[in-house]
Design a binder for this molecule. Structure first.
Ligand SMILES: Nc1ncnc2c1ncn2[C@@H]1O[C@H](COP(=O)(O)OP(=O)(O)OP(=O)(O)O)[C@@H](O)[C@H]1O
Length: 444
């Protein structure tokens, strides 16, 4: 940014010189005028400075000058100087959008202090505008996979290169790091983009359901299979199947999945007719699959098959320079979702965001942006995300409630979600989040 400028307008030569000198002493670049003429030529939307003007001047008065300045940039901080006791004029000035006013006589130090605050506001406005502009300039993948870090640039290049290859891809990244965003980008930037993208969370579905979800079934394939059902894999024909949390897929299903990946055919449950399948597989994991397969938690053959082409998403704490831009992006999304205006983003707030640990990665940042837009997040709330904060306490309480209800119902999932008023899916998600299993019923 340019050197900070103070546009100082006063027809009183003596006062103007004294103020100019005083302000220059504290390090400002002062441009002095004895009237409104020529002042607005200095002002532009990226002008880094403030306008200080006397109200009462012979030709154009200070209020008119301010209005002209606002035509160029309504967010310009304008500090007005009023005569002693001229309250009505001061009120009018504030109504018209002045940043502040000073009553004569005043000390230069007082003016300097007001200027400091006004400049901080100006800096914010310019910073926010620059970020907004940067977001607006980003189209296509840059607009969806937001971030200016080198890691993010590399990721976008890789996604673009892989999108057109039709290779199956394994995405690696911590929880909330953006694995689904990357999977969708791979799909949409490639030739299958206008075909279905079918996302399956392998962790959210119970083992007995996931198989018929994936493969579909014929009428009478098992008790309760009253009609034929097309599975998700078949639904994705021509498009992409996204297998999220592949590490939690039951082992016996992993065998079947491997066969599908290798033969590109499926059989519905209750049928042995092979149906040709044209899909691209994208799997994602937050686990170390190599270790999981060494420990017998994941099939080695499937691991080798999936591990051919990988895309690793760096955790947010390793690309902190992405945080301001991402925060603005997420706040804009939240604004659209909640139909709210975005409050000014204080720079110490963003500075604080950049120091957090972000174990929940971009999803956690998104939650903060939501709360910010809803007016729930303030700079001082930052500590709330910590281990002793409200969230942690609520989570601990929720976990204990679910564990107790599981115990009370002898591990029955159905009885538990009904008692808690949750959907089956929601209960599974929470159990996964808290690392609870049916067996926890015995431990409580
Ligand atoms: N680079 C990014 N640019 C914009 N939004 C992002 C980015 N990365 C993640 N997000 C957003 O963050 C949230 C979490 O991302 P996503 O669901 O893709 O994470 P994930 O890694 O799949 O999470 P999980 O491990 O829980 O499956 C989403 O709202 C997503 O839109």
């Amino acid at each position: 940014m340019d050197r900070i400028k103070v546009l100082l307008v006063d027809d009183d030569d003596e006062l103007r010189d004294a103020l100019a000198q005083g302000l220059e002493l504290v390090g400002h670049d002062v441009i002095a005028f004895d009237g409104a003429d020529g002042v607005t030529e200095w002002i532009g939307r990226d002008f880094y400075g403030v306008l200080v003007t006397d109200i009462k001047m012979p030709k154009t008065d200070g209020l008119d000058l301010m209005r002209r300045a606002f035509e160029i940039d309504p967010a310009l901080p304008v500090i007005l100087i009023t005569g002693h006791g001229d309250v009505p004029l001061a009120v009018e000035a504030m109504r018209a959008g002045a940043y502040d006013f000073l009553e004569k006589p005043f000390a230069v130090a007082g003016l300097a202090a007001v200027i400091e605050r006004a400049l901080e506001k100006r800096r914010l406005v310019l910073e926010n505008r620059a970020l907004r502009q940067e977001l607006a300039d980003r189209s296509g993948l840059e607009g969806r996979l937001v971030g200016r870090s080198a890691g993010m640039e590399r990721l976008r290049r890789k996604v673009l290169a892989l999108a057109t290859t039709d290779a199956d891809v394994l995405i690696l990244g911590e929880t909330g790091a953006g694995k689904e965003v990357v999977a969708r980008a791979l799909h949409e930037e490639g030739p299958r983009g206008d075909k279905p993208f079918v996302a399956l969370n392998c962790g959210a579905l119970p083992a007995d359901i996931i198989e018929s979800e994936l493969f579909g079934h014929e009428k009478g394939a098992f008790t309760g299979a009253s009609g034929q059902r097309i599975g998700k894999l078949e639904h994705a024909h021509g498009g992409t199947v996204f297998l999220d949390e592949i590490e939690s897929m039951p082992l016996e299903l992993q065998v079947k999945l491997l066969r599908v990946i290798e033969t590109r055919t499926i059989e519905r449950l209750g049928s042995n007719r092979a149906i040709a399948l044209d899909v691209r597989f994208i799997a994602a994991t937050k686990d170390d699959l190599e270790r999981a397969s060494a420990e017998g938690r994941f099939r080695q053959d499937l691991f080798y098959r999936l591990n051919v082409v990988t895309v690793a998403i760096p955790p947010l704490r390793e690309r902190r320079e992405d945080i301001p831009l991402l925060f603005h992006h997420l706040a804009r999304e939240a604004r659209a979702r909640y139909r709210r205006e975005i409050p000014d983003v204080p720079s110490d707030f963003v500075a604080d965001l950049m120091t957090r640990s972000w174990t929940g990665n971009v999803r956690e940042l998104r939650n903060v942006a939501d709360r910010f837009v809803l007016g729930l997040e303030a700079v001082d709330d930052a500590s709330e995300a910590g281990a002793d904060g409200l969230f942690a306490k609520v989570a601990a309480y929720e976990k204990s409630l679910i564990a107790a209800e599981l115990a009370r119902n002898d591990g029955s999932i159905k009885a538990t979600y009904e008692a808690l008023g949750l959907s089956r899916k929601a209960l599974y998600e929470k159990m996964r989040k808290y690392g609870l299993g049916r067996e926890d019923a015995d431990r409580v």
